[in-house]
Design a protein around this ligand. Structure first.
Ligand code: SAM
Ligand code: SF4
Length: 359
């Protein structure tokens, strides 16, 4: 009897112990689950909020917010020129021209980085391979890269009608530079070659633009030689889509200072003189004025090695080539002021298809 009671007691004690152990294990397990759960939640928060945080941090540095998009690029692919404009700020410091396949690779990189408009400049862009090098880049940019706008700025002296026949359809805008409607003044400036008439060329190209459906633009640099001129009648006759009027600009190492190939100080005019010229031409609605302040940092300039040129210090400091480091890295050293680009009217209707022109 005693034994039976003892066994029953022991059994009960064991049951209590087991249930306690079970409870203890259960509690421990619950705690572990809660702890693991919390860890997972913490991990989740770290991941998600952390990613959000990282995105925010990245956003402070990402292309969209801080890195410039190369919407409109000026590619000065050659520095050689047949003219000798005394104020020129992009001079023949090298004779290098990128091989065409490399130039196309660079243009492709720019397109991938967001380029919409390319302007080919120089030096004189029609000089190299008699304009065929330029023509092939123009065709490539319009036909293969499908850029909305392809333009050229030229002194006009080397352009032949055969060029328009071959490449005209791929070109949106052709800008010709002319600083005076007096042949003598053009010659005094250096905007001439031999006895050829700069003005005859200008008017001939104007009519080719009409014939081959290319929008015609005019560029003039206002300087001490042409400051008193009234160009109204001639501009009305030429009827360009835009008339860019630049205040003569000095750039260290190009047209002023040591190592420069030009001495342009004698061409420089004051802000007031520039304003007086603008006032005299206020009836011309296509006039787009560019003072020194507006001009200096509002262009994305790519040199013959496909390096961006930073003009902020009043000289042209080159980045690394986009062919070596890519557009995103190189553009950080371009000194480009996007706000000023917009302020100077850098974005406009730049595809000839959108220009409602009478051809
Ligand atoms: C460097 S040129 C190259 C293209 C071509 N040779 C021409 O003269 O049109 C590009 C543009 O810059 C303008 N330019 C040159 N030197 C300048 C300066 N010191 N200040 C303002 N514009 C200038 C030219 O008149 C031209 O419209
Ligand atoms: S501004 Fe005159 S010298 Fe300079 S690249 Fe143009 S045409 Fe040549």
């Amino acid at each position: 009897m005693l034994l039976t009671t003892q066994v029953a007691f022991l059994k009960m004690l064991l049951t209590v112990c087991i249930s306690n152990v079970h409870w203890i294990f259960d509690s421990i397990l619950k705690s572990v689950r809660v702890w693991v759960g919390k860890r997972e939640q913490v991990q989740f928060q770290t991941d998600v909020i952390g990613v959000a945080k990282n995105t925010k941090n990245d956003a402070e540095r990402t292309p969209k917010e801080n890195v410039t998009t190369p919407t409109s690029v000026n590619y000065h692919f050659t520095r050689k020129c047949n003219y000798k404009c005394g104020f020129c700020f992009h001079t023949a410091k090298t004779s290098f021209v990128m091989p065409i396949e490399e130039a196309k690779r660079g243009l492709q990189l720019l397109k991938e980085a967001g380029m919409e408009k390319i302007n080919f400049s120089g030096g004189e862009p029609f000089l190299h391979e008699r304009g065929d090098f330029l023509g092939e880049m123009v065709r490539f940019c319009k036909e293969e890269l499908q850029l909305p706008s392809v333009s050229i700025v030229s002194n006009g002296s080397m352009i032949k009608e055969r060029w328009f026949k071959k490449y005209g359809e791929y070109l949106d805008i052709l800008a010709i530079s002319c600083d005076s409607f007096s042949e003598d003044t053009n010659r005094a400036i250096g905007r001439a070659q031999g006895q050829k008439s700069h003005l005859d060329n200008l008017f001939k190209i104007r009519s080719w633009c009409q014939d081959y459906k290319v929008a015609f633009k005019l560029n003039s640099v206002i300087n001490t030689f042409n400051i008193d001129e009234d160009m109204t009648e001639n501009i009305n006759q030429l009827n360009p889509v835009r008339w860019k009027v630049f205040q003569c600009l000095l750039i260290e190492g190009e047209n002023v200072g040591e190592d420069s190939l030009r001495e342009a100080e004698r061409f420089v005019i004051s802000d007031q003189q520039f304003q007086d010229f603008l006032d005299r031409h206020s009836s011309i609605t296509c006039l787009v004025p560019e003072s020194n302040e507006k001009m200096r940092d509002s262009y994305l300039i790519l040199d013959e090695y496909m390096r961006f040129l930073d003009c902020r210090e009043g000289r042209k400091d080159p980045s690394k080539s986009i062919l070596d480091v890519g557009v995103e890295e190189a553009i950080q050293f371009s000194g480009f002021d996007e706000k000023m680009f917009v302020k100077r009217g850098g974005k406009y209707v730049w595809s000839k298809a959108d220009m409602k022109l009478e051809w």
